[in-house]
Design a protein around this ligand. Sequence first.
Ligand code: IDP
Ligand code: MG
Length: 153
Amino acid sequence: MEQTLVIIKPSAVERRLIGKVVGRIEDKGMIISGMKMIQLDERILREHYAHLVDRPFFPDLVKSMTATPVIVMVLTGIDVVNVFRTMTGSTNGRKAAPGTLRGDFCMSGQANIVHASDSPENAKIEIARFFSPNEIFNYAPVDMSFFYADDEL
Ligand code: IDP
Ligand code: MG
């Protein structure tokens, strides 16, 4: 099965939304294979957001992403990169569809609650950025056969 990286951003931690985000992930049937609280810093954000370092808002992005610790998670599931990306919604919370995390919980293009890997290739890189192999657990919850049909597993 595929894996993706999630960051529950300071905008969600400050607003005590960790439980709601984790609850939606569990309700959907994605497996939480890794989860911890860490403090981000500018060095790791320059790597993680390398495509944005030259943008004028980058200093503000660093400030917002370091405002509190964050929760990083590894999720496992079939097509989980796309599934969680869809569940996250458009970057700007004001444009994100209702029902998505950003659509339901934020009004901002920057303080937008969660990060979601955007491709399987980037997910692998991002997971290795935040997790060592012994922090990712390979287990199958007993209810998997109720979340997937036999021929999908
Ligand atoms: P994504 O998070 O939807 O993949 P990216 O374009 O990869 O969007 O941007 C990463 C993060 O940088 C966004 O989630 C948001 O927090 C911030 N960001 C992106 N574009 C802007 C902007 O135009 N102004 C302020 N912050 C931005
Ligand atoms: Mg992105």
